[in-house]
Design a protein around this ligand. Structure first.
Ligand code: PRP
Ligand code: URA
Length: 216
């Protein structure tokens, strides 16, 4: 079930027991990298089910072993999955598993630890991005500087229909993102109330990239 937050109508928290349970294990500091990575992918798959709910259907004439029928199939609309590096890679992989025909884009960003501003180091997206539904993946929406910068660049490059998918958001990030990109719906597994002085979501789950790739 997707629940819009009353103060942020474009921010949807996907409150499913499996998602909530898996997220609790991800948050636990004892959870090792191998399990963290697996859970991130499982949550992204479950979220993908809801995020893609509005993909239009058409029908195709097929023959079952018994008779002919008009079978529902995804209409020819094209999807691009965009990973915000690094941590978005794990989620994007899950989306590509769900929609194997999707093209993939990569936006390399890191947060300057002093200013918390996003610094871009890589940008490569499908040339026909303006024709595609764009699913932007990054597990964390903290200050939202990274999400805003990525969506700014994607829009500058022609993207028109975007959705932002994260595991955890913060109230500050949800507000900041909605102010700049009110047309882009955000989907999250949970939203936490606070950021600490270093811009980390509290209680959060720590540094998603480090936990995903085992770099700390
Ligand atoms: C993390 C995360 C987001 C960003 C969120 O990336 O994956 O991209 O921080 O923070 P924000 O909302 O305050 O911008 P990080 O900069 O740590 O890079 P990494 O994925 O390469 O570790
Ligand atoms: N990036 C992370 O990986 N975690 C946070 O809590 C904030 C930004």
């Amino acid at each position: 079930m997707k629940t819009p937050l009353s103060q942020f109508p474009n921010f949807h928290v996907l409150v499913h027991p499996l998602i909530q349970h898996k997220l609790s294990i991800m948050r636990d500091k004892r959870t090792p990298t191998i399990l963290f990575r697996q859970l991130l992918k499982e949550i992204a798959l479950l979220m993908g089910y809801e995020v893609t709910r509005d993909l239009p259907l058409t029908s195709e004439r097929i023959e079952t072993p018994l008779e002919a029928m008009d079978a529902p199939t995804i209409a020819g609309k094209k999807v691009a999955v965009v990973a915000i590096l690094r941590a978005g890679l794990g989620m994007a992989e899950a989306m590509i598993d769900l929609i194997p025909s999707a093209r993939m884009g990569h936006v390399g960003l890191y947060r300057d630890p002093r200013t918390l501003q996003a610094v871009e180091y890589y940008f490569k997206i499908p040339a026909d991005i303006s024709d595609r539904d764009v699913l932007v993946c990054d597990p964390m929406l903290a200050t939202a500087h990274s999400a805003i910068a990525a969506v700014d660049r994607l829009k500058e490059s022609g993207a028109k229909r975007l959705k932002f998918i994260c595991i955890l958001g913060s109230e500050q990030g949800a507000r900041a993102f909605a102010e700049v990109h009110p047309d882009v719906p955000v989907f999250a597994a949970a939203i936490d109330a606070k950021l600490n002085d270093h811009g980390y979501i509290v209680p959060g789950l720590g540094d998603a990239g480090d936990r995903l790739f085992g770099t700390k």
